[in-house]
Structures are given as structure tokens and as C-alpha cells.
Design a protein around this ligand. Structure first.
Ligand code: GDP
Length: 296
């Protein structure tokens, strides 16, 4: 078992040569423990650096130094800064457009895009009473189109069939046209994902984006990727004007560091979290709760 931050800091306080207090001189050691705890939670280094800088400034500036329980005070500062870096409050899907609101899913194969389309469709239909259409532009894997069909049926929303002989851009354009003519409120566009980032894939999704001008371009990323999430996020945010992130597989044992890393590179809010394979496994993302998870 890895030590959590509370245990780590308690140890630092004990070993600080009998000083019960955190001072400007010895705060470095405490921050080192913070850094290790974040690394163990799989936060990527650039994000850690920013966080440590912010924490140091706050800790020296105010409540920690001189506090009677400096360890606790420091954890408080770290928790607040983590929350802030992850976006403070929950932000939902943007629908402020002439219907249909088009939402494009982007991400690697296996990230959870198709499942997430089903989850969002179900949520939009059930809780927001929206008329939802879903379509798959994954012409490389016929099984992916079938999977979306199944998921749409489970979510109780309309599925527009597509085939692997069509071009992804044509599929998306046709779907948009269909959604307009049949008065759908939302069109969710599932896309192909490769196992690794490649140029052809990025070009294709950028073309899809240009063709349907989505109000939401959602980057779906597997929380279990840990630090690797940062490279994927970078590639996608360079290829597309992302509007938000969906972090999947948080029901697994990922410590959640990917949340901070992805937010750090893209600057976009994490809107939802995937917490299971079933279509009910979707939660609003709460930065504050994620901060607690990262700190352990
Ligand atoms: P895609 O290739 O990006 O469309 O990914 P899929 O939607 O096919 O998902 C890949 C695998 O991850 C499937 O086995 C899903 O059931 C699973 N999956 C997706 N989201 C979650 C989640 O939030 N939690 C868990 N445990 N599994 C998930």
C-alpha cells in the first residue's frame, strides 16, 4: 500500500528536527512529499510543477507557516489548489445553439467513446427530455457500428445506420441533415479511434469537425492511462478545438492523476466521469471529489 499524503506529511513533521512547525526553511521537505504523493497518483510532471509552485506560494504566504497543525493546513492548501486546477465547479454540456446540438466524440480506440455516446444519450433523453440521434463514423470496424446500434437501443434513442463503404464526412453530413429534418435536439457523432495517435486519424477527425461544426467536441480518455494521458490529450487538443473532456473507467483503481494532467494540457473542463460499463455509469465530474481521490 502506498502512503497517502496525510501519512507522508505526518512523517515529515516528526522528522523535522523536533520542530513542530513548518517554516520557510523546512517547507521544501514537506513539498517533496507532496510531489511524491502526486507522482504516485499518476499526475504528470508538468502539472505537478505548476501545482507545487502554487502551493509553495500559498503556503509561505499565509496560513500554513505558523499554524499549529501545519501538516493539515498544507493538505488543505494542496486540496484547494488541486480543485482549482481541475476547474472548481461542474460544467455540463453546452446546448446553447439552434438545434440540433452536434456533439463530436474524439479519442483513442478503447477509450470508451461508444459507451459514452450511449451514456450521454440516455442521460439527455431521460433527464433532459431531449430527442437524440446517434451515428457512427467508424468505417474501419463494422463491429463498432453494430456496437453503437446496440447501445442506442439500450439508451432508447434513434440510431442512424451507416456502412463501411461510406466516407466518414458524408456520414456525418447526412446525419446532420437527417437530424434537422426530423427535429432532433441533439446529434451525437461517434468516431473511429486508433490504438495509437496517427496523422491520418487526426486529419480525418479534423475534417469531420469542419463538416458538422459541433458545439461540443469531447475528448474521451481512459483514466487508467495515467501519465500517458498527457500525450494523447496534447495530440487531440492540437488537432481539434476541444470543448470538454470525459474521463472514463474511474470505477477502476486509477488514482485519478490523469484528470489533472489532461486538464493541464487542454485547459478544458472535465465534464463527466465514466464509472462503469453500463449506461448508468456516468457521473458529473466534481473537481473537489477528484482532489480528495488524488490525495488518497
Ligand atoms: P471506444 O473504442 O472508444 O468506442 O470504446 P468502447 O466504448 O468500445 O469501450 C471500450 C471498453 O471499455 C468496453 O469494454 C467498455 O465496456 C469499457 N468501458 C467504457 N467506459 C467505461 C467505464 O467508465 N468504466 C469501465 N469499467 N469500463 C468502461
Amino acid at each position: 500500500m502506498l502512503d497517502n499524503l496525510t501519512q507522508r506529511l505526518a512523517r515529515v513533521m516528526k522528522t523535522l528536527r523536533g520542530e513542530a512547525r513548518l517554516t520557510e526553511a523546512n517547507i521544501g521537505e514537506a513539498l517533496r512529499e507532496v510531489r511524491l504523493a502526486l507522482l504516485e497518483a499518476d499526475v504528470a510532471l508538468p502539472a505537478i510543477k505548476d501545482l507545487i509552485a502554487a502551493v509553495r506560494e500559498k503556503a509561505i504566504g499565509e496560513e500554513v507557516i505558523g499554524s499549529l497543525s501545519p501538516g493539515q493546513a498544507l493538505i488543505g492548501v494542496v486540496h484547494r489548489e488541486l480543485t482549482k486546477l481541475m476547474g472548481d465547479a461542474h460544467s455540463g454540456l453546452n446546448m446553447a445553439t439552434q438545434p440540433p446540438a452536434v456533439m463530436l466524440m474524439a479519442g483513442l480506440q478503447g477509450a470508451g467513446k461508444t459507451t459514452t455516446v450511449g451514456k450521454l444519450a440516455k442521460m439527455l433523453r431521460e433527464t433532459q427530455k431531449k430527442k437524440v440521434l446517434v451515428v457512427s463514423c467508424d468505417v474501419y470496424r463494422p463491429a463498432a457500428i453494430e456496437q453503437l446500434k446496440t447501445v442506442a437501443a439500450q439508451a432508447g434513442v434513434e440510431f442512424l445506420p451507416s456502412t463501411s463503404s461510406e466516407k466518414p464526412v458524408d456520414i456525418a453530413r447526412n446525419a446532420l441533415d437527417w437530424a434537422k429534418r426530423h427535429f432532433h435536439d441533439v446529434l451525437l457523432v461517434d468516431t473511429a479511434g486508433r490504438l495509437a495517435i496517427d496523422e491520418a486519424m487526426m486529419k480525418e477527425i479534423a475534417e469531420l469537425h469542419a463538416a458538422v461544426k459541433p458545439i461540443e467536441t469531447l475528448f474521451v480518455v481512459d483514466a487508467m492511462l495515467g501519465q500517458d494521458a498527457i500525450n494523447t490529450a496534447k495530440a487531440f487538443s492540437e488537432a481539434l478545438p476541444l470543448t470538454g473532456i470525459i474521463l472514463t473507467k474511474l470505477d477502476g483503481d486509477a488514482r485519478g492523476g490523469a484528470a489533472l494532467s489532461v486538464r493541464h494540457v487542454t485547459g478544458r473542463p472535465i465534464k463527466y466521469a465514466g464509472v462503469g460499463e453500463k449506461l448508468t455509469g456516468l457521473e458529473a465530474f466534481h473537481p473537489e471529489r477528484m482532489a480528495s481521490r488524488i490525495l488518497g
